[in-house]
Design a protein around this ligand. Structure first.
Ligand code: FEO
Ligand code: CA
Ligand code: CA
Length: 633
């Protein structure tokens, strides 16, 4: 069934000004059709009527869903590849080898795989130069090795580790087009075997010591780097997400303790399988190595010699991103989501104030502060637009029942086992918190809750900001702190959008909220980004089967919302099998950088080169207007 056929009844509702959130009966629909002239109601008229929104912030027409292997954009926009997996960073570096036979050493000096969150750092004295720090989240064995399967040697594990971490690259604008600068002295890889330092309250703790590092302060690598943050003092934050997937056990009978279980480690690593070839990832041999990952890592992109630091004060969990804000009295705030079904949303507030005159004075500001976790009330249960109140609860040893009696010897253990501490204080179990962003216009905070097929089971109550049982579509949560101060520990929340499929399901809960239409529907919101004008960009990592509950939604995509009116338009559709993730803007807002991750995850794509039998390659795209205007305006 085509998209328009499926969605016609909903179009009718819009044509006659009826709210889908209301009660629309079959009789009313029939009457509307008769009023409008039945068959005279052409599909093209319907489509045009819906695309004409009234937001003055959004200056483009929503585009249709698509299932092709290209980037689809509104009329008047173009895209180009900024950089792709495997591109050499230095002048004479090893070229990408599509055969899969390239070495680990080569990959360590090439752009990493599966790019995700990224930030752009402008040169203060040259508007045509910038650095970009770009996460490389994981790799796809299907394309990494000639055999296309699990790693079979230490060298192959090293190659996989080399795909992950962070790539720092210089970009320059030439003839109006931003381009990667191969050979820049700033180009750098930080990968799964790079030397890093551990900072903050957990540094040197017994639980972080290993035979290779008796100090508990030096660690090899950052990996599973999902999304990111950019600090006001010019550093990059990269967030370690699915780190437990990288560990396994050579002893299949190994018993895991409660904390190890809560973080999800299992003996048989089903997808990554490094432990048979690198004992660092073998829980039977190096159990504390697990505790040295799952942190937020701070990187100074302008100092290629600097050692990245894991900031343990921000807590250990499956970090999605890190959204920076500032309290009314000048302290740094970092909002963070833990992306797992039923896990939590956190806030860190620095002990010290940000020094806006001397960036280097903030070098270790993230090592000292207070971690909080969010608790939401049940709200008003409005099915279209629920709202309510919430609070931040402190996760400090000796407070709120977090002490030896609940299993925490000291603050370092609270941070290492942040999930367990958050459970002690009764935090709200969320529908997989992904990205968090702060509006540059009014300071409201937005967080994607991507989906949670287990909502309603496993002690996860339906209600509040998680209003749907077996939630396959996701929603975007928003909160406004009291007094508009990020230092306040109380806030009002609402759901900005409840995603759904009005082409398949009429009304709530599965049809989505009233700002979801057959023309803009999507599932599994994940990445988020604000531009300077306050447009909210929404990136999806969802089911792109285009069938069943997801019929008519097409490939993963990027949408753009007006936060005031709630209107959402589809701006971009990605190629086959991709996730759209990672967003950044040029300082003049005329180029939007967006990540295309794992195109052809399950085959079927040759994006972006489209060579015969070519391999798909994760890439960062630069999107701009043909007339050189501001993107989205
Ligand atoms: Fe890496 Fe939760 O996404
Ligand atoms: Ca994500
Ligand atoms: Ca996701």
């Amino acid at each position: 069934m085509s998209l328009l056929e499926e969605n016609q009844s909903t179009d009718l509702e819009k044509m006659v000004g009826l709210s889908r959130r209301g009660f629309i009966s079959a009789g009313a629909l029939c009457g509307a059709a008769m009023f409008l002239g039945g068959n005279l109601l052409s599909r093209s008229v319907l489509a045009a009527s819906v695309s004409a929104g009234n937001s003055s912030l959004l200056g483009f027409d929503s585009i249709p869903a698509a299932t092709s292997d290209v980037i689809s954009l509104p009329k008047g926009y173009k895209s180009s590849v900024l950089i792709s997996w495997g591109q050499p960073l230095s002048k004479n570096g090893p070229a990408f080898d599509p055969s899969g036979n390239g070495s680990a050493a080569a990959q360590e000096v090439q752009f990493g795989d599966n790019n995700d969150g990224m930030s752009l750092f402008a040169f203060p004295d040259d508007k045509n130069r910038a650095l970009m720090a770009i996460n490389n989240e994981y790799t796809n064995y299907r394309y990494l090795y000639p055999h296309g399967g699990m790693p079979q040697s230490a060298e192959e594990v090293r190659k996989a580790l080399a795909c992950e971490g962070v790539s720092v690259i210089e970009v320059q604008r030439k003839s109006g087009q931003w381009q990667f600068v191969q050979g820049s002295r700033y180009n750098r890889r930080i990968h799964g075997n790079s030397p890093l330092r551990i900072g903050g309250p957990a540094a040197g703790h017994e639980l972080l010591k290993t035979s290779a590092d008796p100090s508990g302060k030096k660690v090899l690598g950052t990996f599973q780097n999902c999304a990111n943050g950019k600090t006001p003092w010019g550093t990059y934050l990269t967030c370690e997400e699915n780190f437990t997937d990288c560990f396994g056990s050579s002893n299949a009978e190994l018993k895991f303790d409660a904390a190890q279980k809560r973080y999800g480690v299992v003996a048989t690593s089903k997808e990554i399988n490094w432990h048979p070839h690198d004992p660092r990832f073998d829980m039977a041999k190096n159990p504390n190595e697990l505790n040295r990952h799952g942190w937020v890592v701070e990187i100074d992109p302008f100092d290629p010699q600097s050692t990245p630091v894991k900031r343990t004060a921000l807590g250990r969990f499956k970090h999605e991103n890190a959204a920076l804000a500032e309290t009314a009295d000048g302290h740094a705030v970092v909002y963070m989501g833990d992306d797992e079904r039923g896990e939590f949303i956190y806030k860190f507030v620095s002990r010290d104030k940000i020094n806006h005159r001397n960036a280097k004075a903030n070098r270790d500001i993230l090592d000292h502060g207070t971690l909080y976790v969010a608790k939401f009330d049940a709200g008003d249960s409005n099915p279209d637009h629920p709202k309510g109140q919430g609070q931040w609860i402190e996760l400090s040893h000796g407070k709120n029942g977090i002490d030896a009696s609940s299993g925490f010897a000291d603050q370092a253990e609270v941070l290492i086992h942040a999930r367990l501490a958050a459970s002690v204080v009764g935090a709200t179990r969320m529908d997989r918190p992904e990205w968090i962003v702060v509006s540059p216009k009014d300071g409201q905070v937005y967080c994607t809750l991507t989906n949670n097929a287990k909502r309603g089971e496993d002690g996860q109550p339906v209600g509040g900001p998680n209003p749907r049982e077996k939630n396959v579509y996701g929603q975007i949560l928003r909160w406004r702190t009291d007094r508009d101060d990020h230092g306040s520990n109380t806030f009002a929340w609402d759901l900005f959008v409840v995603a759904g499929n009005p082409g398949v399901h009429a009304g709530t809960p599965k049809g989505g909220s009233s700002n979801i239409t057959p023309q803009n529907m999507f599932n599994s919101p994940d990445g988020l980004g604000f531009d300077d004008a306050g447009r909210l960009w929404i990136l999806t990592d969802g089911d792109s089967s285009n069938a069943g509950d997801f019929a008519g939604m097409g490939n993963n995509q990027m949408l753009c919302a007006d936060p005031v009116t709630g209107e959402i338009r589809r701006f971009m559709v990605g190629p086959i099998g991709c996730e759209v993730t990672g967003i950044s803007f040029s300082p003049d807002q005329k180029t939007l950088f967006v990540g295309i991750q794992h195109p052809g995850e399950n085959g079927g794509s040759t994006f972006p080169e489209h060579l015969p039998n070519g391999k798909p390659r994760s890439s960062v795209m630069a999107i701009s207007r043909e007339d050189g205007g501001i993107v989205g305006a």
